[in-house]
Design a protein around this ligand. Structure first.
Ligand SMILES: Cc1ncc(COP(=O)(O)O)c(C=O)c1O
Length: 435
């Protein structure tokens, strides 16, 4: 018997049998980078891993042991696709911090908000339907839209987030071309990857535009409670409950590894979402839901979020002051007021995707802007995340990156642009807060 390695020709017939939608499933640039960026000598400004060092691990482990001892027969059993009632009540309290008034019946617990995104896309999008998304947008969402063969139309942002006029234009263009726009996917707070926040003064207008075009709004808000000064903003969902599906998550405010998130949907949509959830996972993990529920009931979770805010603020400050000190002239970047990410634009002539191997050789990693567009833009941009490394490592990483960029610019000035890719200086690119 001969065992051929994976990837050999004997697998080819299977590859040919894939459904058409599998062609839309490709590894994201973030994933491709993961292995190399996680080598200890590399300062990774690439990944979006939350910093868990502030969590009270001893208390948590005692609680989990106690939970299994006392309630193991429930915790280790199947549950309902809807999610545990007690947790859904608590989720409503969490959302109240952003002015959402919700009924626990309208909350569906998911395996991270990523699953919510998948469910919403699955029930709304046929192949060829249009999803409007900010340009740039969250790479995991682009992957999901691609997997369901939806076409993404990007809409410009500036330092105040999504630009209402650009949204109007995108909707008018799509409609006049006979396209079916299913929803606007938006990350209003502390955007991944752009680092900007949708101005409160724009929120009602965005909602009104979508409503008048009969386009649903999918509001993805994993970072909303991570404002560095403790500030929160009224959720879009709080302003138009009947036309907004809200995606929430405990990944950034508690523990990403538990994979507990939720969808708050208009009542009419909730039933279909639950059926979609059931077909994907039967039910979210009972034990993990109970861990989150116990944590919310017994721990000072608001105090814990404050300590996350201050840890991330210190890291943001280290990154931004490093950029101010070291980056060559002509670079610009956003200064986020919360969340995990800075979006940087580099001078003409530099292609951030082409430069990445040289950066990794210099032991610093980032994600090229092209990963955050469905249409090939972003080659003059990069996402710098400050969530995981210590402030000292971040400063060192920025020094290394600045040196790589300076060398790249030297080369471009001597020999001309390194690549002819589209530079992405068009409307898809958010304007910087500072130069
Ligand atoms: C904007 C955005 N949405 C959704 C997710 C997925 O989060 P979860 O861990 O809840 O699935 C992320 C994770 O990085 C994110 O940045």
């Amino acid at each position: 018997m001969s065992l051929e390695p994976a990837g050999s020709r004997s697998l080819d017939p299977h590859l040919r049998r894939y459904a058409a939608r599998a062609a839309g499933m490709t590894a994201s640039e973030v994933r491709a980078l993961f292995a190399v960026a996680s080598r200890p000598e590399v300062v990774s400004l690439a990944g979006g891993m939350p910093n868990l060092t502030a969590l009270p691990l001893d208390t948590l482990s005692a609680q989990v042991a106690d939970l299994i001892t006392k309630d193991g027969l429930v915790a280790l059993q199947y549950g309902s696709a809807h999610g545990l009632p007690e947790l859904r009540d608590q989720i409503c309290e969490v959302m109240a911090l952003e002015q959402i008034r919700a009924h626990p019946d309208d909350v569906v617990v998911t395996v991270g908000s990523q699953m919510g995104l998948d469910m919403v896309t699955r029930i709304f999008c046929d192949p060829g339907d249009v999803v409007i998304a900010e340009g740039p947008s969250y790479v995991g969402a682009l992957g999901t839209f691609g997997a369901y063969q939806a076409d993404v139309v990007h809409v410009a942002m500036d330092e105040d987030g999504l630009v209402p006029e650009a949204l109007r234009e995108a909707l008018a263009t799509a409609e006049s071309a006979g396209r079916r726009v299913k929803f606007l996917y938006t990350i209003p707070n502390f955007h991944n990857p752009a680092g900007v926040t949708l101005a409160v003064s724009r929120r009602a207008e965005i909602l009104e535009i979508c409503r008048s075009h009969q386009v649903l709004v999918v509001e993805d808000n994993p970072y909303g409670l991570l404002g560095f000064d403790g500030q929160t903003y009224p959720a879009l969902r709080s302003m138009d409950p009947d036309n907004v599906v809200y995606l929430g998550s405990f990944s950034k405010t508690f523990a990403a590894g538990l994979r507990v998130g939720w969808v708050l949907a208009p009542h009419a949509v909730r039933e279909k979402l639950m059926l979609a959830a059931e077909s994907a996972t039967l039910c979210p993990p009972t034990l993990n839901q109970m861990i989150v529920s116990r944590y919310l009931a017994t721990h000072d979770w608001k105090g814990q979020i404050k300590s996350f805010q201050s840890a991330y603020r210190d890291r943001r400050d280290a990154l931004v002051s490093g950029l101010e000190q070291h980056m060559p002239a002509g670079c610009s970047w956003t200064v986020p007021k919360g969340g995990f990410f800075v979006w940087m634009t580099v001078p003409e002539g530099v292609d951030t995707k082409a430069m990445l191997p040289r950066a990794v050789t210099a032991r610093v990693a980032y994600v090229s802007g092209t990963g955050f567009y469905a249409d090939g833009f972003g080659s003059r941009q990069m996402r710098l995340s400050f969530c995981y490394p210590t402030p000292e490592r971040i400063s060192e990483g920025v020094r290394r990156l600045a040196a790589v960029l300076a060398a790249e610019l030297d080369l471009a000035n001597t020999f001309g642009p390194i690549s002819g890719r589209r530079a992405g200086t068009g409307p898809q690119v958010p304007g910087p807060d500072i130069a």
